[in-house]
Design a protein around this ligand. Structure first.
Ligand code: DMJ
Length: 625
């Protein structure tokens, strides 16, 4: 063991501060020599005691040399036992000589050098410990916190925009206030019956709304509320539960929310909790392919898949939506395991044959084979594509593999799934074994924003085309709102049987405060500054106020085509995490959470771009052809 590793527990030598009771360097060296000689003597004595090898091998050491010999039966007589003892003694002598040389070397160094070595050694040990899955978050390496640019904003100069932005903040205050008063600590609020609500996605975990809303509170400068929420996280957020959770939901809402809160505020508690939870999720990857299970018991580490998912398959949008958070977990913990897990998912997918270049929604984690050939840019597929693009952007545009996979996938989607209705609306259909279902989900509407975000780096001369495509999708999604009675969009809308952008099935007519359409308006505004996107966002605000705002919060609606709303009495946690945050940023200046420094995870939690150097200047992407 290098002497440097022992020094943290002793005083760091300092020539300047040598007091009357301290020793000079030469005296220290002599003391060290005497001490070492004494230790050598003691060890030697132990070895020459009768039958000492049993004591050593059984109690003190699990020496591989001794154990191997015993197992293979090569230690047979007393002659070989003596030879063995001599070998061990020689090794001890050698180790001590080395230790003395190192000690001498160390004592000749300057205190600062010694300090640095100690730090390095500590971090190395920590990395090794964490890398073996034996993580202990109390031993996280220290990281220098630097707030990424644009964590805080300023008021827009245009009076109307300023007023609208203030209105969105008031909406947040209303919905947060209701949650705080009636459901504090629960996962979500029932704003009509004024009580807590939870879905089984979170199992016994608590406080989804708090963790999901942390960054929105910070971004909207609701700092007192942010502090209260921080306090709750510190004292109550507990992952050591015998409970089964959705790996995807817990990752995007809890891990993502904690990471964002850390990067915005610099508070260590969030880094600690994010890594602690990340470690709890690692057993989900224990499958023959490394494609994780959908559900995981946090205590036992036993995973399984949704019983309804094509012959025990994992789901593309779930296992494909871990990359951003896990890359940050590795960065903040020094544990490469997180990054390795998600890079392995990438490798498995890369090597699989893709029907028409498309990624089916189902993949069996045992066999590594696709399940049913269903393809969707909405539910079950959506955020996988989003994370390919954002992995590239978040890597400071150095992750070329992710970039290629994203643009290739988008090409296949355009060829096979994107269609134009007879009325001129562009939509993204779903693909079932080669047949198209002419239906587009509310969830699919995020794709307008994604395509706009990626247009700039598109290969060839596709940038303009991709921006047009993004604008067309935004228009279609706006139409899906405009064609309802309540001016809020249905869960899914169809383009068949003579209808366009309208839900035809009763079970597709609900609106649960989802963000995707507003998310796309926000990106389109940022990249075009066409005022229609702010106008469309404002239309949605008015509809939310008129139909979803209830006594102590906001509620989903059962049928957006009904003359008056029937409420479902649930304020989803993504309403504060995403819908209100994207609305607020739509009416903010572009330099608040700017797109060249942050990427939003799929739950709208901003994560900073990981720069290749410390200057925090964007890396020049030379490879876009
Ligand atoms: C959010 O939890 C995330 O955006 C997820 O990717 C899918 N959609 C919901 C909100 O609609």
């Amino acid at each position: 063991m290098p002497a440097a590793a022992l020094l943290p527990f002793t005083a760091v030598p300092s020539r300047k501060s040598a007091g009357p009771t301290s020793f000079r360097l030469t005296e220290k060296f002599i003391l060290l020599l005497v001490f070492s000689a004494f230790i050598t003597l003691c060890f030697g004595a132990i070895f020459f005691l009768p039958d000492s090898s049993k004591l050593l091998s059984g109690v003190f050491f699990h020496s591989s040399a001794v154990e191997t010999n015993t197992r293979t039966g090569t230690v047979s007589g007393s002659g070989s036992a003596v030879a063995n003892d001599e070998r061990i003694l020689a090794k001890i002598r050698k180790d001590h000589e080395n230790a003395l040389l190192e000690a001498k070397d160390t004592l000749q160094k300057r205190p600062e050098e010694i300090k640095q070595e100690i730090m390095k050694e500590k971090e190395k040990l920590l990395r090794e410990g964490l890398g073996q899955g034996g993580g202990d978050v109390d031993r996280l390496p220290s990281v220098e916190y630097q707030r990424p640019p644009g964590a805080t904003g300023h008021e827009p100069s245009d009076p109307q925009t300023k007023e609208r932005r203030a209105k969105i903040k008031e909406m947040m205050e209303h919905s947060w206030g209701g949650y705080k008063r009636y459901a504090w600590g629960a996962n979500e609020l029932r704003p009509i019956s004024k009580q807590g609500h939870s879905s089984n996605l979170f199992g016994g975990l608590k406080g989804a709304n708090i963790v999901d809303a942390l960054d929105t509170l910070y971004i909207m400068e609701m700092y007192d509320d942010f502090d209260e929420a921080t306090d709750w996280v510190e004292k109550n957020l507990d992952f050591s539960l015998n409970t089964e959770v959705s790996v995807f939901e817990v990752n995007i809402r809890f891990v993502g929310g904690l990471l964002s809160a850390y990067y915005l505020s610099g508070k260590e508690v969030f880094r600690k909790k994010a890594v602690e939870l990340g470690e709890k999720l690692l057993p989900a990857f224990k499958t023959p392919t490394g494609i994780p299970w959908a559900l995981l018991n946090l205590k036992s580490g036993i995973g399984r898949n949704w019983p309804w998912a094509s012959g025990g398959s994992s789901i593309l949008a779930e296992y494909g939506t871990l990359h951003l958070e896990f890359m940050h977990l590795s960065k903040l913990s020094g544990n490469p395991e997180f990054a390795q897990k998600v890079m392995n998912i990438r490798k498995v997918l890369e090597h699989l044959d893709k029907p028409q270049g498309l990624y089916p929604n189902y993949l069996n984690p045992n066999s590594g084979q696709w399940g049913q050939h269903h393809v969707s840019v909405g539910g079950l597929g959506d955020s996988f594509y989003e994370y390919l693009l954002k992995a590239w952007i978040m890597s400071d545009k150095t992750d070329e593999e992710a970039k290629k996979m994203y643009y290739d996938a988008l090409q296949a989607i355009e060829t096979n799934l994107i269609r134009k209705s007879s009325g001129g609306l562009t939509y993204i259909a779903e693909w079932k074994g080669g047949l198209l279902e002419h239906k587009m989900g509310h969830l699919t509407c995020f794709a307008g924003g994604m395509i706009a975000l990626g247009a700039d780096g598109a290969p060839g001369d596709q940038t303009g085309h991709q921006m047009e495509l993004a604008a067309e999708i935004a228009r279609t999604c706006h139409e899906s709102y405009a064609r309802t009675t309540l001016k809020l969009g249905p869960e899914a809308f169809r383009f068949d049987g003579g209808v366009e952008a309208i839900a035809t099935r009763q079970n597709e007519k609900y609106f649960i405060l989802r963000p995707e359409v507003i998310e796309t308006f926000m990106y389109m505004w940022r990249f075009t500054h066409d005022p229609k996107y702010r106008d469309w966002g404002w239309e949605a605000v008015q509809a939310l106020e008129q139909h979803c705002r209830v006594g102590v919060g906001y509620s989903g609606i059962r049928d957006v085509y009904a003359a008056s709303p029937s409420h479902d009495d649930v304020q989803q946690s993504f309403y504060q995490a995403e819908t209100l945050k994207y609305l607020y940023l739509l009416f903010s200046e572009d330099d608040h959470i700017p797109s060249d420094h942050w990427v939003f995870n799929t739950e709208a939690h901003p994560l900073p771009v990981i720069r290749k150097d410390s200057t925090d200047k964007p890396h020049k992407d030379k490879s876009s052809a």
